[in-house]
Design a protein around this ligand. Sequence first.
Ligand code: MN
Length: 490
Amino acid sequence: MKIKVLDTTLRDGEQTPGVSLTGNEKLRIASKLDEIGVNFIEAGSAVTSAGEREAIKNISAQGFNARILSFSRPIFKDIDYCLYCDVDDVNLVVPTSDLHINEKLKTTREKLLDLSNNAIDYCKDHGLGVELSAEDASRSDLDFLEKVFSVGIETGADRICFCDTVGVLSPSISYDIFSRLSKLNAPISVHCHNDFGLAVANTIAALKGGAKEFHSTINGIGERAGNASFEELVSSIKILFADEFETDIKMDELYSASKLAARLTGVYLQPNKAVVGENAFAHESGIHSDGVIKNAETYEPMTPELVGHKRKFIVGKHVGTKGLNSKLLELGITVNDEQLKEIFKDVKSLADMGKTVSDVDLQAIADNVLNIDYEKRIKLVDLNIVSGNSVMPTASVKLDIDGKEIVEADVGIGPVDAAINAVNKGISEFEGIEFVEYHVDAITGGTDAIIDVIVKLKKGDKVLSARSTRPDIINASVEAYISGINRLIE
Ligand code: MN
């Protein structure tokens, strides 16, 4: 059974608290979605703002293979805005639970049914396709819901969609409901939220019950706990449910799509996120790494290549010599057995002190063991910060670059930004260094926490991450940044 995918990263995903995308960012994500074979793209909600409308209109104008949708309430004004955006279909969202009908809309079931049908009529009269979505369907009276759908289909809805708006479905109930509603005269779709971590399971159960389409978002972003995760659904269908379902999605683009969405939305993933998290194919334990090196199937349910990800061996407390050697080879370092043992010993003692060993740390240990005398070209001599609630954050740095003293100062939106800007001025002779990622963790709880800063830097093809762990976020950031740059300009 071919399952169609509606991606709502640009609508429900953009409703993630704190996320707002520019028109250009929306277009980049939409292009990626189209390229990887998504069947429907919900590009936004046309009524939201003039900027949102221009973004949707622009996406509609690209001639993508995917059908483009806008969210719409059953209100003519909303639909007129959808028409302005030249979308193919509207996602016509009609609340069907008594809670929403009575409390939110302050209306009645009968009036709601009229509203819904008038809106469908209006859409069809104006050449729009209609996906009729029942909001809060999972808390609606099933007989009434069925009536809204069947009358809606008679009026002209092309597809119907059951929305588990607050994520309260469970898999067996989902299966039963979809077994019933899939007998109606139009393809039914499923839209699940992840409030109890069941969005993907409930979506799969809906497919088993007869749903022909699902809604999902990249990285599972969306309101509150988010939506069903696109990459988890697509890959579980491919690996676990291949004898029942298939999608049009190009699997090997899943990781890059995830990265793009994370970067543009600013919502970064937990490392253990299924399929696309940084640890999804990472192995640290000695036994696991050893097994994976002999035969990856021992500890991997699918290959990282399948989803465009990479296998990683993490060097830490549990690392074995084989995993460590693979990691060294990855860094372009070849060692003999004696040297490997020596590096292994140093890594273990660092790990026993509670540190995970970054690429930069490992390189330094290896350099030391291999007697590579490596002189850091840039040294931080002095760093001063002025910040507060009524001054522009300002930083001055004194750097020693190849023995030459350089003093620079700059401002920024915060003290870290000011410090990094000042360093950047100081190192302007080294061109082409790109700041790819900046990640901060407070390792312990309080305001006196140890801060772990990881920066990812790029120069040409060379990408590396550098880390610093200190009680002071500004020092940690500058130290990680300079140590990364030193590696890039060796
Ligand atoms: Mn939703």
